[in-house]
Design a binder for this molecule. Structure first.
Ligand SMILES: [Zn+2]
Length: 142
């Protein structure tokens, strides 16, 4: 099954972003048992059973944990999962709260946040603190 959203370069970039959280596996599935078709994105981490933090695959499996999001397109499901996974976390580079947006503009009200934003040139989601967000007026005081 193919949808126009499948061709969007933000879908593989969103999967890559989920992998960068330490995910061992990212699955894109759909359920068409009933109309409408629903898309699912499922992520699996190996985590330390005491700390709950993801552990590198080379260090063993730990305990497996999963999360999932569903939507009407694979892209929307992946974005929902990226939003949920990154919300409440902190950027390891700049220590600001991390958030995800499927777009490349930064909401001015959240300028104190390290947003993971779409970089159309590199076709990847990059950290705000890497200097990706150059939206006009982003940090303008007025
Ligand atoms: Zn950052």
């Amino acid at each position: 099954m193919s949808t126009p959203a499948d061709k969007d370069p933000r879908l593989p970039a969103a999967v890559d972003l989920l992998r960068r959280t330490g995910a061992r596996e990212v699955q894109i599935r759909y359920s068409d048992d009933k109309e409408p078709t629903v898309w699912l994105v499922v992520v699996k981490w190996g985590v330390d059973s005491e700390t709950g933090k993801p552990i590198p695959e080379a260090e063993g499996d730990g305990e497996f944990r999963h999360d999932a999001a569903a939507a009407m397109t694979p892209l929307a499901a992946a974005f929902r999962l990226c939003e949920r996974v990154l919300a409440g976390s902190y950027c390891v580079y700049c220590n600001r709260p991390a958030m995800f947006s499927g777009e490349s503009l930064v909401p001015v009200v959240a300028a104190g946040t390290c947003w993971y934003l779409w970089d159309g040139e590199r076709k990847a989601f990059r950290r705000d603190c890497e200097g990706v967000a150059q939206a006009p007026g982003r940090n303008d005081p007025c």
